[in-house]
Design a protein around this ligand. Structure first.
Ligand code: MN
Length: 279
């Protein structure tokens, strides 16, 4: 089994090194990681940019590839054939700091796993809670165990597992909970800065986010000292709202207004392409 390991904190991050080391007990590990910190990069992909790739030695002596691309690019490089073999699974992390609820839309760690899911490669994103005293060892061992279990069962390509491990000593961790995404509460503020000759300068800053501690959510599980495992898929469709729209008459009303009654009726049967609307 070929395991592609990447992250968004960059190739120097201890979380990456400890993760790849733990995963060598599960399969063959290929590290492709960004040469810098891309925290908050989201699912950014380099479309019109040449990606540079360098062979590097990690701090534990193992071999790796570094690139000036994003975490998403790292997975694309691996899946599209950087080493001539397609990875069987992608593991991203271990991120410094949790990725809970809406965080997954900002997170480069999760985005790397999303890129894997889009390419039908099973994936796990792993983040460590707390914001200090990084206890990567337990999280790395746990991820190796989880990977074994997932790959021995039905790994669900097209989905990913978003894992958050509390930043606690192993003896204080209260167990494991499978969860849904919770609701983050951000406390962003805009801070203006005086920088003569630099135009108007701002930073988006503020206190660390918290969230609604609702039962069954990743936010609540982590707050209780549990490891949360949230399965994620990429259908962002709001199905309940879609049903409401479909029974609301909205389609018919707009079709009639834009394309006329006849076209609306035929269009509903899929028979015609509507004429260009007279805007
Ligand atoms: Mn990060």
């Amino acid at each position: 089994m070929l395991i592609l390991v990447t992250n968004d904190d960059g190739i120097e991050s201890e979380g990456l090194v400890k993760l790849q080391s733990a995963l060598t007990s599960v399969g063959e590990v290929l590290v492709i990681a960004p040469d810098r910190d891309w925290t908050g990069a989201g699912h950014s992909k380099s479309i019109h940019k040449t990606l540079r790739v360098f062979e590097r030695e990690l701090s534990d002596g193992s071999r790796a590839y570094a690139t000036d691309g994003t975490p998403t690019d790292c997975v694309a490089l691996g899946v599209l054939g950087l080493v001539g073999r397609r990875p069987d699974v992608v593991v991203s992390g271990i991120n410094k700091g949790p990725n809970l609820g809406h965080d997954i839309t900002y997170s480069g760690t999760v985005a790397a796993a999303i890129e894997a899911a889009i390419n039908e490669v099973p994936a796990i994103a792993v983040s460590l809670g707390g914001y200090e005293s990084w206890r990567f060892d337990f999280a790395a061992d746990f991820t190796a165990r989880l990977l074994r279990v997932i790959m021995a069962g039905d790994p669900h390509p097209g989905a990913l597992f978003n894992v958050n491990v509390p930043g606690l000593p192993a003896s204080e961790i209260k167990g494991i909970e499978t969860t849904r995404l919770g609701q983050r509460i951000y406390r962003d503020v805009l801070m203006g800065m005086e920088e003569p000759d630099a135009g108007r300068c701002y930073r988006i800053t503020g206190e660390m986010p918290d969230g609604l501690e609702e039962e069954g959510t990743d936010i609540k599980a982590l707050a209780e000292g549990k490891i949360s495992i949230t399965p994620i898929h990429l259908d962002l469709t709001h199905h309940r709202l879609l049903s409401q729209l479909q029974t609301s008459g909205l389609e018919e009303e707009l079709n009639r207004a834009l394309f006329g009654a006849t076209a609306a009726n035929l269009g509903a049967l899929g028979c015609v392409s509507p004429k260009t609307p007279a805007w």
